[in-house]
Write a new protein. Structure first.
Length: 381
């Protein structure tokens, strides 16, 4: 791919068509999601409820740039869907010359070199709000192939990313179906429980303190919310751990994050977690196998009945951090179907979870877009 260095301001024209806001007219404002996720529409509102910012018409086929979040990829191309919407003066609308395809430029600014260029024109110290300098943006020099090649690359990226969106949609649909099945099976299992016990009688909090040894490396676990299991952190040394209190994790431990359990951060340690450690934020429980099945309990505590119990015993209002009250939690009753029923439900839901995990392309999907963009702008597409 042959590209020529071009000054943006020579090929893009800042375009502003002011809107005279009427108090009794309803307006739809646009916003732009970060990380190249496009334009969205806010709920309609009457003119008298709009902020005191200035507003402008949105014209299709323009490069729309958020002047405070462009550094985070809040750049998009307007379409016919956005016609008749308005944008505040926080959004810069650029009309292209005949030498530029705005879809190509949008993709360029989502790539690694494009993001570096945008960040170099955005200044500020307010968390996440870094204002784009219009002058510096328009003075950016970007590599542009001829417009025919720009359109070819943009079309290839459109097609590939449309397929990616389809794959993500299928994954999300599958995840919803699996969650619905888990809720149904757990709900059916506890409709007529064989017994009701206290959580503290069913499982025991077991702490195994680890004293980090100088020069030795350790692997820590984390727990994802929404029942998405354990993840492994990068190795750390004893010096990295410092005075942090850590505890040994063993296969079969039922794990609870004491600040995010209310959000489904509950998991079952497997053989792959042997030798790992967890901070004091992770509660490790050993299940009484004569009373309950560990896999069943893991699914129970990530479904509605178990989550309700956790949330009742997790006070706090500090954002998403709500600390699990151990004594209160262990004093809560839990309905238990027969052990054979627990084993059956646990096996089925484990098999579904493993099936999702084995085919889970979340990380691949997440990495695909930046990889594709970087190939496109290094002449490999």
């Amino acid at each position: 791919m042959t590209a020529q260095p071009v000054r943006l301001g020579d090929e893009l024209q800042l375009e502003r068509f002011p809107v005279a806001v009427s108090t009794d007219t309803e307006y739809t404002q646009i916003g732009i999601r970060s990380f190249g996720r496009g334009i969205f529409h806010r709920d309609k509102m009457p003119g008298n409820e709009l902020s005191k910012l200035r507003y402008f018409e949105v014209t299709p086929e323009r490069l729309i740039v958020s002047n405070i979040m462009a550094w985070e990829g809040a750049i998009a191309v307007s379409t016919d869907r956005d016609r008749d919407c308005i944008a505040s003066n926080r959004f810069l609308s650029y009309a292209p010359s005949t030498n530029v395809d705005v879809r190509y430029l949008n993709y360029y600014f989502q790539s690694a070199p494009g993001m570096r260029a945008i960040r170099g024109t955005s200044t500020g110290t307010v968390l996440r709000n870094q204002t784009l300098s219009i002058k510096d943006f328009e003075n950016l020099v970007v590599p542009l192939p001829d417009v025919k090649e720009q359109r070819r690359i943009a079309a290839r990226l459109d097609a590939a990313l449309a397929k990616l969106a389809h794959v993500k949609g299928l994954r999300e649909h599958r995840a919803r179906l699996c969650a619905a099945l888990a809720e149904s099976m757990i709900g059916s299992a506890i409709e007529s429980p064989q017994s009701v016990g206290l959580i503290g009688d069913i499982m025991t909090l077991t702490r195994r303190p680890v004293a980090p040894e100088p020069g030795k490396t350790y692997r820590e676990i984390g727990i994802r919310s929404f029942g998405r299991g354990v993840f492994h952190k990068e190795p750390v040394t004893s010096e990295d751990l410092g005075n942090k209190r850590v505890f040994a994790i063993r296969p079969g431990d039922l794990l609870f994050s004491n600040v995010f359990a209310w959000e489904g951060a509950v998991a079952l340690a497997s053989e792959t977690e042997a030798g790992f450690i967890g901070s004091h934020r992770f509660m490790t429980y050993q299940v009484n196998e004569n009373r309950a099945d560990s896999s069943y309990l893991r699914h129970y505590f990530t479904c509605k009945p178990g989550l309700e119990t956790i949330r009742r015993t997790s006070p706090g209002s500090a954002g998403r951090n709500k600390t699990l009250g151990i004594k209160n939690f262990e004093a809560q009753p839990i309905p238990l179907p027969s052990l054979s029923e627990q084993h059956k439900v646990g096996r089925i839901l484990d098999a579904i979870s493993k099936g999702i995990s084995a085919n889970d392309s979340a990380e691949i999907v997440a990495a695909f877009k930046p990889s594709l963009l970087n190939k496109a702008f290094s002449g490999q597409l």
